[in-house]
Ligand binder design. Structure first.
Ligand SMILES: Nc1ncnc2c1ncn2[C@@H]1O[C@H](COP(=O)(O)OP(=O)(O)OP(=O)(O)O)[C@@H](O)[C@H]1O
Ligand SMILES: [Mg+2]
Length: 270
């Protein structure tokens, strides 16, 4: 089962934002979309999830997305937007519960426990009654992720994979919580779901992506495994700066190398 998009085109006025983008992702894998600011990552994600009008075709699990009803789409995929504004004075638990309104099959008791379980999964056990507006930026981002998770909690439904679309899910997070969120993505894929995430952090991408699509100027500059895509020449050309991969930092400089989200998993289990 897979996600496959062909020749995606998006225009805004006379500007071409996506110029014939092909994209593929497989259930069981984490697919990362990378690229400079303005290269079209969010636009691609929104085209893949059917949120914006586009040319070309998107097929999810072999079904043409344009033919799926909103309720069917809501059962198949959940979307974490790059920025989510909230105008009501909701608690963290109420925000997460919004994910349930998209339609989660299951017993009332099971869905009743789900929001609290999702908060614990993102390391926010005990935050249920906290006001969303009072939370820190990283806490808000993780509450929004919990909301997305409850929408499609089980990675496989009736034998078909479900899909998480995450637009910069770690942009506000400290290094430990970045690893925790990437572990959530990996677990979702390992359990049979599909994950498509937009990431700016190339080291996180190198560590966690099965497949990378590097956008540049609304086109695919490179697509493949991290080793194929994350090369000196490709990255330097895309980001307009000199980048060296697999090179130690200058002598004496600290080099932060993320490994695993140990303390965060303990925190979630408490
Ligand atoms: N509705 C719109 N009208 C006009 N231009 C738009 C519209 N939406 C996006 N764009 C432009 O299209 C380009 C791609 O935008 P997009 O949000 O997809 O970039 P991105 O790769 O997600 O960037 P970032 O890393 O900053 O989030 C940008 O130059 C943006 O200004
Ligand atoms: Mg974006």
């Amino acid at each position: 089962m897979e996600l496959r998009a062909e020749n995606l085109r998006v225009t805004a006025g006379r500007r071409e934002i996506l110029r014939g983008v092909d994209f593929a992702a497989r259930a069981g894998e984490v697919a990362v979309i990378a690229g400079p600011n303005g290269s079209g990552k969010t636009t691609l994600l929104r085209a893949l999830t059917g949120e914006i009008a586009h040319g070309g075709r998107v097929a999810l699990n072999g079904r043409d997305c344009a033919a799926l009803r909103p309720a069917e789409l809501a059962l198949l995929r959940a979307v974490l937007p790059q920025a989510a504004a909230l105008s009501f004075p909701f608690t963290a638990l109420e925000v997460v519960r919004l994910g349930l309104t998209a339609g989660v099959p299951g017993t009332r008791a099971a869905t009743g426990r789900l929001p609290a379980m999702a908060l614990a999964r993102v390391g926010l056990a005990g935050f249920e009654g906290r006001h969303f507006h009072d939370l820190s930026g990283g806490e808000k981002q993780r509450v929004q992720l919990a909301r997305v998770l409850v929408q499609i909690w089980e990675p496989v439904l009736d034998g078909a994979p479900r899909w998480l679309f995450l637009d910069e899910p770690v942009s506000a997070l400290d290094i430990g919580h970045q690893l925790q969120v990437m572990a959530i993505a990996r677990d979702y894929a390992r359990a049979g779901g599909g994950v498509v995430a937009v990431l700016h952090d190339l080291n996180l991408t190198a560590m966690h992506a099965d497949r990378v699509t590097l956008l540049d100027g609304g086109r695919v500059r490179s697509a493949g495994t991290p080793a194929e895509v994350l090369t000196d020449a490709t990255l330097s050309a895309a980001y307009h700066c000199r980048l060296r991969t697999n090179t130690p930092p200058p002598a004496g400089g600290p080099w932060i190398l993320p490994q695993a989200a140990d303390h965060c998993q303990e925190e979630a289990a408490e």
